[in-house]
Every structure is written in structure tokens, then in C-alpha cells.
Design a binder for this molecule. Sequence first.
Ligand SMILES: [Zn+2]
Length: 125
Amino acid sequence: MEKIGKVCGHCGEPLVGRADKRFCSDQCRARSGNQRKLQDRGERLMREVNSALRQNRQILQRFSPQGKTTLRREALVQAGFDFRYLTNLYRTQKGNTYHFCYDYGYLLLEEEKVLIVSWQSYMER
Ligand SMILES: [Zn+2]
């Protein structure tokens, strides 16, 4: 069979046979399909996480327009805040850990309360 001037979309071997061929074998076709599915799943997950992070940040900003604010944890939940997602942590010298979504963060307090803070330059390191 003749080479058709293209290579397998999975392994890169030169293709022979029909001009519209895209893979050298059924195995390569299947592997390529699986790879694509994994890729798509990753892309979808990243989009979902990115959008949850943006929403979290927006909610923190809305509840705390000028810096520090204390409120009930439930208020954030009701606004759609998703506590699973954060971008970074900041641990204070006293051992408290702030959970940040970009430039807004929160500290879990006693009695189901939350302290919202905004990112400060001294938190860089
Ligand atoms: Zn192949």
C-alpha cells in the first residue's frame, strides 16, 4: 500500500492506504479517543474550578467592600460561596490560617463565624 503523505494522529507513523485515514490502527484510534476524553474532562474541570473561584472572590468582595468584616458562615453559603475552592493560604504568626480566593480571604472563627480580609502586601514572601 502507498504512503499518503500523512502521519498517524496518535503515534506519528506514516499512514498508508486510504487518503482520508487519520490513524494507523484501531488501537491508535482508540488511544487517541481516550486521550481526548481525558483532556476534555480536565478542561471542563478547570473551567468549573475557575468559575467557582471567581464567584467565591466576588462574594467575599461583595460582603467586605472595605476590608475586614465579620459575618456568619451561613451568609456566605447562602450567597453561593463554595468552601472547597481557594487559591492560597496565609498562616499568621499566631497560627491562624487565612484561606484566600485571589485577593480576598477569610478566617474561620468560633460560633460559625467568618472574618473576611483583603490581601495585604506583608503576606507576600
Ligand atoms: Zn498510530
